[in-house]
Design a protein around this ligand. Structure first.
Ligand code: SF4
Length: 188
């Protein structure tokens, strides 16, 4: 329904009159929250972008994300989100989002679609070969030989999206591979 400028001003005048007569503003009953999320499934999550770790509420319908917003009950952000977190919905729903593994062979000028199995196998093989080629078992320090079991040909970096347990596992894995160059995105 359209509303003319005249009627709008009239309404404002009536509201002001109500305040003037009663001494307090009249509270409008609004059920917008209930209407907005009616029929949707609600779950909570943590923003994957940075180490602040803001809490979010995700609304889904038939398995599809239809809304993401800040969680007012989360102690870190109390409902607020930065611009990046506010736009997270666009990560879940984006026609440009890659859903298949893409591979570009050395010296090739095009990407090709490969399976996860193929990609995982190749990554594992390359990592093993790199480790074996660069492994330093012993090193002379101040004239003495020491066992160092170090892999100088590899570096690893953790991302802020990792939680405590994932960081623990990545750290363990890196050290098992002999990686000394181990860093975290938030420290760089
Ligand atoms: S909403 Fe912004 S500040 Fe909060 S975790 Fe995400 S990126 Fe970091």
């Amino acid at each position: 329904m359209g509303i003319s400028r005249r009627n709008f001003l009239k309404g404002g005048g009536l509201a002001a009159g109500a305040v003037a007569v009663t001494g307090k503003p009249v509270r409008a009953e609004v059920q917008s929250e209930a209407i907005r999320t009616k029929g949707l499934q609600t779950s909570t999550t943590i923003c994957p972008y940075c180490a602040v770790g803001c809490g979010m509420i995700v609304h889904t319908k038939n398995g599809k994300v239809v809304n993401i917003e800040g969680d007012p009950e989360h102690p870190i952000n109390q409902g607020a989100l930065c611009s990046k977190g506010s736009a997270l919905f666009q990560v879940a729903n984006n026609e440009r989002r890659l859903t298949k593994v893409q591979y570009r062979a050395p010296k090739s000028d095009k990407w090709e679609e490969v399976t996860w199995d193929w990609a995982m196998e190749r990554i594992a093989r390359n990592m093993k070969e790199t480790r074996d080629r660069n492994f330093v078992k012993q090193e002379k320090i101040n004239g003495e030989m020491y066992t160092v079991n170090r892999n100088d040909g590899m570096a690893m970096i953790g991302a802020a999206a990792l939680d405590n347990e994932e960081c623990y596992l990545v750290g363990k894995f890196a050290r098992a591979m002999g990686v000394g160059y181990l860093e975290h995105q938030a420290r760089i």
